[in-house]
Ligand binder design. Structure first.
Ligand code: GLU
Length: 498
């Protein structure tokens, strides 16, 4: 940081025109990490000046997704703060005041050109091989005349007067970036509707909210020269910038909702049974290099590792198979309590016909007490890669009936399977006390007596108890199913077996 005495204040500034994109979630996470690491503030600002496209529903959705991700903001539209309001639509007076200030200082001018006329002139410039910049028609109108026309009710926008000079930026990710003179024409800061443009509102707010660092997507790098000009004209010190490389599709195009490859909405991953810690870990490591070869990083580990100079310069391809691996890793290493907590949080609102996996698990486990439920869920963690898989993995462990998968039926049809299962049932029936350990020794002695070991021994037993060829360890299964159900299933399978 250039001035260590400046308090760190960062912001995430979504436009509520849709749902939260995975790229937005990653930007929010990087800002959150930077604020937490430096004891600073994480501000949430809603950029809703595009009245036609912004909706309250989208804003609520974005806030919900951020909460689900555990990225709590210190100041924002719901919890307020010293620099509020935090919704741009509630700060319009401020933008108008600042625009008037620039106007009175001659740094901006009133522009009376209509959209049609601007478009015609733009096309003419393009056709003549000139840059399609504003041609300066209203730039030199005498200010008093322009003010009189506006006062008489003529519609006008306010344009910023771009100086003929280059701009330079020291970006924490991109390094030294120069923007030559002539790249940008005089641009609108306040529309004829009285609403500010993105660049203007953004700079007025970042300055007013004392933002020290702007961490945002690389696609905004092209906006930065306009923003630097505005800071200069408003006599405000610009923040430091870090433009984070994009998340890409496999063909290296920007990942967007239109590309139709992997899901791009955070809510889609939540509904599909991904846990927020896994999603954040995966997203953070797309574009952040921890300095070693770790494949997952918890929030605490990220806080430890996060520095701006470890952000990568080139875009990273989103790989859903890798994300699924990361999610499975989190589930496999979670405790029953953690898994239960994630299940309780659930998928959020489920659309008509969608899979409410949390409700399915709750229904299946309703007869169990809390401790038995936690134990059951923990028992299947190794067999699931998403929370949506849990219900399917516990169905055969609760209740009486279950179906037998073809591979399991094959194991039961093997010669001698029936005799093995009957002998095991007999030996288990004689156990004075039912336990996983007791089951294990009965299984071993029966195996010895029947001349079977390894797969030949375990597979028919597993198939008989669960109807499947994969699942929790056999002693744990015995414990979860209890003596009566185990004996019943063994007898039943022995009758049908080979
Ligand atoms: N509202 C802008 C967006 O959603 C914010 C850009 C910025 O961070 O300056 O992309």
């Amino acid at each position: 940081m250039s001035d260590p005495t400046t308090p760190v204040r960062v912001r995430f500034a979504p436009s509520p025109t849709g749902w939260l994109h995975v790229g937005g979630a990653r930007t929010a996470y990087f800002n959150w990490l930077f604020a937490r690491r430096h004891g600073g503030a994480f501000v949430l600002r809603i950029e809703d000046t595009d009245a036609a496209r912004s909706t309250g529903e989208s804003e609520r959705g974005v806030l919900d997704d951020l909460r689900w991700l555990g990225l709590q903001w210190d100041e924002g539209p719901d919890n307020g703060g010293p620099h509020g309001p935090y919704r741009q639509s509630e700060r319009l007076d401020l933008y108008r005041e600042r625009a008037a200030e620039l106007l009175s200082r001659g740094a901006a001018f009133r522009c009376f050109c209509t959209d049609e006329s601007l478009e015609q002139r733009r096309q003419a410039s393009l056709a003549a091989g000139r840059p399609p910049h504003y041609d300066g028609r209203c730039r030199d109108l005498p200010p008093a005349e322009a003010a009189a026309r506006a006062a008489a009710g003529e519609s006008c926008s306010i344009r910023f007067k771009v100086a003929d000079r280059p701009w330079a930026l020291r970006d924490h990710v991109r390094g030294e970036v120069t923007f030559p003179a002539g790249m940008v024409g005089d641009f609108v800061i306040l529309r004829s509707s009285g609403l500010p443009t993105y660049n203007f509102a953004c700079v007025v707010d970042d300055a007013a909210m004392r933002i020290s660092h702007v961490l945002r997507a690389e696609e905004h790098l092209a906006n930065t020269p306009r923003q630097l000009m505005l800071y200069d004209a408003l006599s405000a010190a610009p923040p430091e910038f870090a433009h984070v490389a994009l998340i890409l599709n496999r063909d290296r195009t920007k990942m967007s909702k239109r590309s139709g490859e992997a899901a791009v909405a955070v809510g889609d991953w939540r509904r599909a049974g991904y846990v927020s810690d896994a999603l954040l870990s995966y997203l953070a490591l797309l574009g952040f290099h921890p300095g070693d070869d770790r494949e997952t990083l918890s929030r605490a580990e990220m806080l430890e590792a996060f520095t701006l100079d470890r952000l990568g310069k080139s875009g990273s391809v989103f790989d859903s198979a890798k994300l699924q691996w990361v999610n499975a890793h989190y589930l496999h290493h979670a405790t029953g309590e953690q898994l239960s907590g994630w299940l309780a949080t659930g998928p959020g609102p489920v659309p008509e016909g969608g899979d409410d996996w949390a409700a399915s698990v709750a229904q299946l486990t309703a007869p169990l007490d809390a401790a038995a439920r936690v134990k059951l869920i923990e028992a299947v963690r190794g067999n699931v890669s998403t929370l949506a898989d849990v219900a399917g993995e516990i169905g055969y462990l609760v209740g009486g009936t279950f179906s037998t998968e073809p591979e399991a039926a094959e194991a039961l049809a093997a010669a001698g399977a029936g005799a093995l299962l009957s002998a095991l049932a007999e030996s288990l029936g004689a156990l004075a006390e039912w336990s996983g350990e007791g089951f294990k020794s009965a299984l071993q002695s029966t195996g010895k007596a029947q001349g079977r070991k390894g797969r030949d021994l375990f597979m028919p037993v597993r198939a008989a108890l669960t109807g499947r060829t994969h699942g929790p360890e056999l002693p744990l299964l015995a414990d979860l199913l209890g003596k009566d159900r185990c004996l019943e299933r063994l007898h039943d399978a022995a009758r049908r077996a080979g």
